[in-house]
Design a protein around this ligand. Sequence first.
Ligand SMILES: *[C@@H]1O[C@H](CO)[C@@H](O)[C@H](O)[C@H]1NC(C)=O
Ligand SMILES: *[C@@H]1O[C@H](CO)[C@@H](O)[C@H](O)[C@H]1NC(C)=O
Ligand SMILES: *[C@@H]1O[C@H](CO)[C@@H](O)[C@H](O)[C@H]1NC(C)=O
Ligand SMILES: *[C@@H]1O[C@H](CO)[C@@H](O)[C@H](O)[C@H]1NC(C)=O
Ligand SMILES: *[C@@H]1O[C@H](CO)[C@@H](O)[C@H](O)[C@H]1NC(C)=O
Ligand SMILES: *[C@@H]1O[C@H](CO)[C@@H](O)[C@H](O)[C@H]1NC(C)=O
Length: 420
Amino acid sequence: MGFSLLPKATSCILFLVLLSSTCFTSTDAYDPLDPNGNITIKWDVVSWTPDGYIAVVTMNNFQRYRHITSPGWSLEWTWAKKEIIWSMMGGQTTEQGDCSKFKGGIPHSCKKTPTVVDLLPGTPYNQQIANCCKGGVLSSWVQDPNNAVASFQVSVGGAGTTNRTVQVPTNFTLKAPGPGYTCGRAKIIRPTIFMSLDKRRVTQALMTWQVVCTYSQFLAQKYPTCCLSLSSFHNNTIVPCPTCSCGCQSSSSQSGHCAKPGTLNLASVVSGFGKNKVSPTIQCTNHMCPIRVHWHVKLDSEKYWHVKVTITNFNSRMNYSDWNLGIQHPNFDHRTQVFGFSYKLMTPYDSINDTALLWGMKSQHDHFLNLAGPNGKVQGDILFRKDKATFSFDKGWAFPRRIFFNGDMCVMPPPSAYHL
Ligand SMILES: *[C@@H]1O[C@H](CO)[C@@H](O)[C@H](O)[C@H]1NC(C)=O
Ligand SMILES: *[C@@H]1O[C@H](CO)[C@@H](O)[C@H](O)[C@H]1NC(C)=O
Ligand SMILES: *[C@@H]1O[C@H](CO)[C@@H](O)[C@H](O)[C@H]1NC(C)=O
Ligand SMILES: *[C@@H]1O[C@H](CO)[C@@H](O)[C@H](O)[C@H]1NC(C)=O
Ligand SMILES: *[C@@H]1O[C@H](CO)[C@@H](O)[C@H](O)[C@H]1NC(C)=O
Ligand SMILES: *[C@@H]1O[C@H](CO)[C@@H](O)[C@H](O)[C@H]1NC(C)=O
């Protein structure tokens, strides 16, 4: 496998402790299943104004399987000079800041470090631009490339009006909505070429720069968010998720706060009254993960073997619409069939061709799409074609090598548990 490409292993030890599993994806923003995954933010200056420019800012999610869900992204930067934002379309800053020195027109924002968020669906058309107004939600590249892009337009004042006087903003920060992304410096690149709709005329940006942001599970959160349990038709033992996969139960610590099964709905209603008491939204389990993935080897026939995959939600506050599940298993190939889920093989590079992405089918009822509610569940079947040379029930061969939920690695049972 291609894991020898590991550049540096800064956080491996911590990861080992947390996951009691091998260390491989934990380096800074490095993901062996999506080595070039990034969010690219491009600024195209499309016209000059008396004191600055108008730019269209486009965010492309080039990550194969990581998306941004509600309440959506926010983007922050620091102006290099004394720029202000006169107006915006398709997005807005969260704060106006101090614009008191402006007598006539009042700018949209005078903050040195503005924070921009997307507008909501249903925004009046005169405030929209293409690809805006999705409440900050951004699909992953594999699941829905058409919705993996967001844009807003910004009219900047106090900026200079030639490509030599404009200075690129600094210190870009992308939140989704929490931490996890690290953005590089803005780099001036060749001006973008635009093609008119009828393809008969080509125009180009007056100036273009871009910023590349990458994700690291480490920056994003302290605890893993999902775990794997296993079973097989030829042995009635069920291997549960490892205890304390995502934290341990305890009444004192914040992380170990949980709700007894059946009390979840009540607990979250009560929480509305007392603000200090954060009500638990995670159901009490041994693993304490919001998401459990169960892999059941179901059937073995001459030509095929079947797996039933069940994803269960233990977090009453999340419905995980647009969830996705990455699975690594050597039997995935072009002939694998999946029922109940949408499915695509991922081939990040030639040496890894054993990974697939599963997600909810839009055509089906909501309960196949969403993991809403306590014990919300989705299920599907994978039909693998047998390759006699490699197939085996030995040493856990029929179990997945790694599992990712919404792009984050799930905690696996220890190797000894694979001897079902
Ligand atoms: C970002 O993703 C794009 C699309 O996959 C790729 O072409 C580009 O090289 C990536 N950039 C970096 C810095 O990884
Ligand atoms: C960049 O942003 C971070 C976080 O917002 C802040 O702590 C840091 O001081 C900023 N750096 C500069 C040079 O503005
Ligand atoms: C700025 O404009 C000049 C002349 O129009 C052009 O030659 C140059 O490449 C531009 N520089 C950038 C960074 O776009
Ligand atoms: C799931 O959550 C999203 C965003 O929070 C919301 O828009 C959607 O209506 C919810 N769906 C269900 C079935 O609860
Ligand atoms: C997958 O990759 C392995 C190792 O690089 C190779 O031997 C195998 O033929 C590939 N399988 C497919 C279906 O491409
Ligand atoms: C079933 O799995 C358990 C746990 O790994 C093992 O101890 C037991 O021997 C297995 N039973 C059979 C019949 O293989």
